[in-house]
Design a protein around this ligand. Structure first.
Ligand code: GDP
Length: 369
């Protein structure tokens, strides 16, 4: 067997144990010449980028050097998990470099939506995150919408700079990268690498005509996202794959909604009003009286209330409560990362409480729809 310890494509240290981590090479592929990691292999042979993940701390360390460079940064986010997937603190690490927000999975929004309204909403939210956004593109990898626009926007704003593509896991980053590889790269050109100061991480760069590169960065893992907590199977249940059909509940105070056994929404105080749930149509919502809610959970979590199933339930962090006061006269959503959001329809104000696994992002925001 070959004794190479590093990839001859990108130089990363090889390992055969974890396919989701950098440098992975299947055991049997070590016999092949040249010895390249699975990531380089896929790019070379299938024109396709593989997924590599890191946590945000490691990630921002790697990105630190971008501040001293001229670069354009593309942050791809998931419209269904916007607050969960936006890269917080990005601007601090990239200095004055501009950001393009590519908002993916736009196909999930109910049909007939006003897209300008969505763009304005995204712009406002991005500003609150301190991002210097030069452009916002709505797209759908799945429906093949908007990516030509992404390429166009990159051409407009790149101005002879490198492009860094960043994003949380599951937002559709690999689809975008693959699209960019097909749109741009000269396949005969050598893949090049850059070493990130102070780390052992070598990343594959996709060459552009003018000697600059598109740099794919590892997908960022956020433990504040429900999509990182649940099993593959349950991910299929909570992540919508069709346009969301909103479900309206007329609730009196002291009524509760269960989203499987993953989260619970209590209407504690306020006048009778309607709440619209924007969640995957595969996720069951159970309505009950607040006074019965604890008992219902105790007796039915993991069975009638699922996902998750009973044995998976033990792997989830215990619930914590988030009390939220919706001010009178506001147009608000209650956002629960990975589950979706609940639109508060009246402007009467309400006192609400959300129960969700500890650490999962839950917040009050301006209504998206
Ligand atoms: P990555 O982890 O960011 O590289 O994301 P992937 O490209 O692997 O996609 C993650 C998941 O999101 C997959 O289940 C995709 O099918 C799904 N996905 C990606 N793009 C879209 C999209 O535009 N719309 C919808 N509905 N799902 C998408």
């Amino acid at each position: 067997q070959n004794t190479a310890t590093s990839c001859s494509g990108c130089g990363v240290k090889l390992q055969t144990t974890d396919a989701s981590k950098l440098g992975y090479i299947p055991e049997q592929a070590l016999d092949r010449e040249p010895v390249i990691c699975q990531r380089c292999f896929r790019i070379k042979n299938y024109n396709e980028a593989a997924n590599i993940t890191l946590d945000q701390g490691e990630f921002l360390k790697i990105l630190g050097h971008v501040a001293e460079k001229q670069a354009l940064v593309v942050n791809i986010v998931d419209i269904f998990d916007f607050e969960g997937s936006i890269v917080g603190g990005l601007q601090r690490f990239i200095g004055n470099n501009p950001v393009v927000l590519a908002v993916n999975k736009i196909d999930l929004l109910p049909r007939g939506m006003n897209m300008n309204r969505i763009v304005n909403w995204v712009r406002k939210q991005a500003k609150e995150q301190g991002l210097k956004v030069v452009d916002i593109v709505l797209c759908s990898a799945k429906r093949n919408m908007g990516f030509d626009k992404v390429i166009e926007v990159l051409d407009t704003h790149r101005q002879g700079r490198d492009v860094y593509v960043v994003g949380a896991t599951n937002v559709g980053k690999s689809t975008l990268i693959n699209r960019l590889i097909q749109g741009y790269s000269d396949l005969d050109a050598e893949l090049t690498t850059s070493r990130y100061p102070g780390t052992t991480l070598d990343l594959v760069e996709i060459p552009l005509d003018d000697g600059k590169h598109i740099i794919d960065t590892p997908g960022i893992v956020y433990t504040s996202r429900m999509t990182e907590l649940v099993s593959r199977k349950d991910l299929g249940t909570i992540m919508p794959d069709k346009p969301i059909k909103p479900i309206v509940f007329q609730l009196n105070e002291e009524q509760s909604l269960f989203f499987g056994a993953l989260a619970r929404f209590d209407f504690l105080k306020g006048e009778r009003q309607s709440f619209t749930c924007y969640v995957s149509n595969a996720l069951q919502i159970h309505r009950t009286k607040l006074e019965k809610a604890d008992e219902l959970y105790a007796n039915h979590a993991g069975v009638m209330l699922q996902p998750p199933s009973k044995d998976e339930l033990e792997d989830l962090p215990k619930w914590t409560k988030h009390q939220i006061r919706v001010p009178k006269g506001s147009e608000s959503d209650i956002f629960i990362s990975g589950i979706g959001w609940i639109r508060v329809n009246s402007d009467l104000g309400a006192l609400l409480e959300v129960h969700a696994p500890k650490g999962i992002k839950v917040l009050l925001r301006d209504a998206l729809i």
